[in-house]
Design a protein around this ligand. Structure first.
Ligand SMILES: [Zn+2]
Length: 317
């Protein structure tokens, strides 16, 4: 589970259900006030000059810095920057995305929100996926299994159509004693060489942790990077992969099933990173009893995430 530093209260900090959501956020002003609280709950900080202190308030949620007169809003510089979609629709989308256990496709979101365009739904989902990784999150620790898997790879050989090659995804998952799994980290890597896999482990797992891998030689230098490296050579152990490495085996099969089920496998390699972020967000919060808290967390991260214009998101689409 992601560690929480503060504990927001249901019914006070976030809505307990759909009806409460609609009552709390009937219009743009109510949504904007909520985002302002999530972004500057501990006090306004001017995005231009960094000055602290109460801003001057103008109409339509505009705030002016008393020090440098810079004008801003709670959505400026976030994934909601310059959006033409009403914030109440965004809030409904966040509610829907966090309430569906397996997530939602762009087509599903377009239908449930009654959006006029598929592209709008697709762009909203991709912006939300970008917000699903918490900045400054902690590295995994304790006992961690690491392995690679291959995903994608459809439409090969059909003349005149796009072909995708399979992408390599590195997996790190905490293994708990006596059973069960903790947090997961995923990353797309160019290949299965040491030059690709070792930096992944260093970025995702804290030094001093026990790292379990199979016998693949690319992992040999982990011991020199400050890890306690335990290798399981599968043929020698006699155990099948799902017994010897249960964590990565479980995560890999859940990931593939999710990509096929929710997204019909239609994930281009360039967009895989965003899907890996969504999978990680869901997996690491799978035991959260409150869907409303997920709504709160995703909006909180959304106002801490830089905007990405459609052209950047849809690059190579
Ligand atoms: Zn300022």
């Amino acid at each position: 589970m992601e560690r929480e530093t503060d504990r927001p209260l249901a019914g006070h900090d976030y809505p307990r259900g759909w009806d409460e959501l609609r009552r709390w956020f009937p219009d743009e002003a109510a949504c904007l006030a909520y985002l302002e609280r999530l972004r500057w709950g501990t006090g306004f900080v001017c995005p231009a000059c960094g000055a602290l202190g109460e801003p001057w308030r103008q109409s339509r949620g505009r705030l002016t810095c008393p020090a440098c007169r810079h004008q801003t809003t709670a959505t400026a510089g976030t994934i909601f920057d310059k959006t033409r979609t009403p914030l109440a629709t965004w809030f409904a989308a966040v509610w829907y995305v966090t309430n569906q256990k397996l997530g939602v496709s762009a087509l599903g979101l377009q239908r449930v929100l009654g959006l006029g365009s598929y592209q709008t739904a697709w762009t909203m989902l991709h912006k939300l996926r970008r917000a699903m990784v918490r900045p400054g999150r902690a590295r995994l620790s304790g006992e961690v299994e690491v392995d690679e898997t291959y995903v994608g790879g459809v439409e090969s050989g059909v003349h005149g159509r796009e072909t995708y090659t399979k992408a390599v995804v590195a997996i790190a998952v905490e293994v708990q004693d006596p059973a069960g799994f903790g947090r997961v980290r995923l990353g797309r890597v160019p290949d299965v060489s040491a030059a690709s896999l070792v930096p992944f482990v260093c970025a995702m797992v804290a030094p001093g942790s026990i790292v379990r891998t199979d016998g693949w030689r690319a992992y040999n230098q982990l011991a020199t990077e400050g890890y306690r490296h335990e290798r399981t050579v599968l043929q020698a152990s006699g155990d099948p992969a799902h017994v010897a490495m249960p964590g990565v085996h479980r995560v890999a099969s859940l990931l593939k099933r999710w990509l096929l089920g929710t997204h019909q496998g239609a994930v281009r390699p360039e967009q895989l990173d965003a899907y890996l972020q969504e999978f990680t967000f869901r997996f690491n919060r799978r035991r959260s009893r409150s869907r409303g808290l997920l709504f709160y967390r995703l909006l909180e991260q959304a106002v801490a995430t830089d905007p990405a214009p459609y052209a950047t998101i849809a690059r190579k689409r």
